[in-house]
Design a protein around this ligand. Structure first.
Ligand SMILES: Cc1ncc(COP(=O)(O)O)c(C=O)c1O
Length: 456
């Protein structure tokens, strides 16, 4: 059993270890080398009968973990769409674990719930959603889309006299599902989890940059869910939401926006015109763990009419004391017990202020453009219109594996490849608060070397 003094020693020691890690982060190899990677196997073994003092557990984790952890929090990790962690958010996340709040309702965490209300309202205002809408924290954009689409399913079926929470989807009236042929896989996954199926959907064709062609969006007569996107995971393109909303039958439809990272662009006076009409939708999924740079895992589901979220996710049990509660956030979300993600998000927003969020977004977009321009100047082909923070670089398809291997082992930067409109492409995502022009110059030089050596 730990005594008080040793907890302080343990936490101070851990904070020092974390600070040491962060001081080395910008210069360490972005992916661990193979000889370090195999060290994770050292954790394996039979479950021990005897425990180990906490200081030794942390020492073991730090000795191995700090060497093997992928430097995805660092400034030259351009893979997937992964932000880093702002200092205020990291420190607040430590406090979150220290306080161990359960964001069910004010009865168990007045602190966490108040910060959740504040943080989601700030985000709502920042990204320009309607005043009436309400947000709730979930684990990420996949679960945010799941929650929003569950609310859509509830709303449309309720209007047809079907209680889906009670009777399930067996025998329910059919809903028409419309998605883009570039919809993120998490939308299909959410539809699958909701029993609506990912296969039986109308796929709308997209333009060269991956945005839905509004004229091709079907005008459905019956109840329909339209899933649109702000920020294509490869190209960053944005669907023409105003045009789509103006075209379809709004009285019988629900429009959901997957804006995992792209919705943050609406904070910027420079980029918000690209999202024209995004506020006309019924629900929105956005991540905090991507462009806002808070620790995993953290996303927000926003719904125009919060009552639909409540009717979808509320539950009841005598021990939950629900009749005495206001603001039971777990009645707006899939989970009952919830980590107080609001605390790190509040800290990130409080430390940045509006100006800081705008700067973060605009800087990443500027660096993405710089990356693209520098590669282009060196003769490489950029496949997308760099509208936000995503860059696609054409690869020699015959050298795909060799290029990836060279990137995996180059230590300077990291990213992965994708298929784009019949080409093989390297995808670069700029969403880390730490990335500087110098990081772009270093990465471009290394990437140019790799691409040139591989016939690109
Ligand atoms: C457009 C889009 N939607 C959804 C997701 C899934 O987000 P999460 O991993 O937070 O569930 C991503 C992830 O990159 C994304 O880019």
């Amino acid at each position: 059993m730990l005594v008080k003094e040793s907890v302080r020693t343990l936490l101070t020691d851990t904070a020092n270890r974390a600070s040491d890690y962060l001081e080395q982060l910008d210069d360490m190899p972005v992916l661990p080398t193979e000889d370090l990677r195999v060290k994770v196997l050292d954790f394996d073994g039979p479950f021990p009968d005897e425990g180990m003092p906490a200081e030794e557990v942390i020492d073991e984790l730090d000795r191995i973990g700090s060497k093997v952890a992928v430097a995805s929090a660092g400034p030259r990790f351009f893979g997937f769409v992964v932000g880093g962690t702002l200092p205020a958010a990291l420190a607040a996340d430590w406090l979150t674990s220290t306080w161990d709040q359960c964001n069910y309702a004010p009865v168990i965490s007045p602190l966490g719930i108040e910060l959740e209300l504040v943080a989601v309202n700030w985000i709502r205002e920042l990204i320009g959603l309607p005043q009436s809408s309400r947000g709730v924290f979930v684990t990420g954009a996949t679960m945010a889309s799941f929650a929003c689409l569950a609310a859509a399913r509830h709303h449309l079926l309720e209007k047809l006299g079907w209680d889906v929470e009670e009777h399930g989807i067996w025998g329910a009236p059919r809903l028409t599902l419309v998605v883009s042929d570039q919809a993120h896989s998490s939308v299909g996954k959410s539809l699958a989890m909701l029993g609506l199926g990912r296969g039986d959907v109308i796929r709308v064709p997209t333009d060269d940059n991956g945005a839905m062609i509004a004229d091709e969006v079907p005008v459905v007569d019956g109840p329909a869910i339209y899933c649109v996107q702000v920020g294509n995971v490869d190209s960053g393109s944005i669907d023409p939401i105003a045009e789509i909303c103006g075209r379809i039958r709004r009285a019988t439809s629900w429009v959901h926006v997957d804006g995992a990272f792209g919705l943050w662009a609406s904070v910027s006076p420079k980029y918000q015109h690209l999202l024209h009409g995004h506020h006309l939708a019924d629900s929105w999924a956005v991540d905090a763990h991507k462009w806002l740079n808070v620790p995993y895992d953290s996303g927000v589901a926003f719904v125009r009419d919060p009552e639909t979220l409540f009717r979808t996710f509320s539950t009841s049990a005598s021990y939950l004391m629900d009749d005495r509660q206001k603001h039971i956030m777990s009645f707006l979300a899939p989970q009952l017990s919830r980590r107080a993600r609001s605390i790190a998000v509040y800290a990130a927003l409080r430390s940045l202020g509006r100006k800081g969020v705008i700067e973060l977004v605009e800087n990443c977009c500027r660096l993405a453009k710089l990356f693209a321009d520098q590669l282009s100047d060196r003769g490489h082909t950029i496949l997308n219109d760099v509208v936000l923070n995503q860059v696609l670089v054409k690869l020699n398809p015959e050298r795909r594996d060799q290029i990836q291997e060279a990137i995996d082992t180059c230590a300077v930067f990291w990213t992965s490849n994708t298929n784009w409109r019949g080409d093989v492409a390297l995808r670069l995502s700029l969403c880390n608060w730490k990335t500087t022009e110098e990081d772009i110059h270093r990465s471009v030089a290394k990437l140019d070397e790799i691409l040139t050596a591989n016939g690109c």
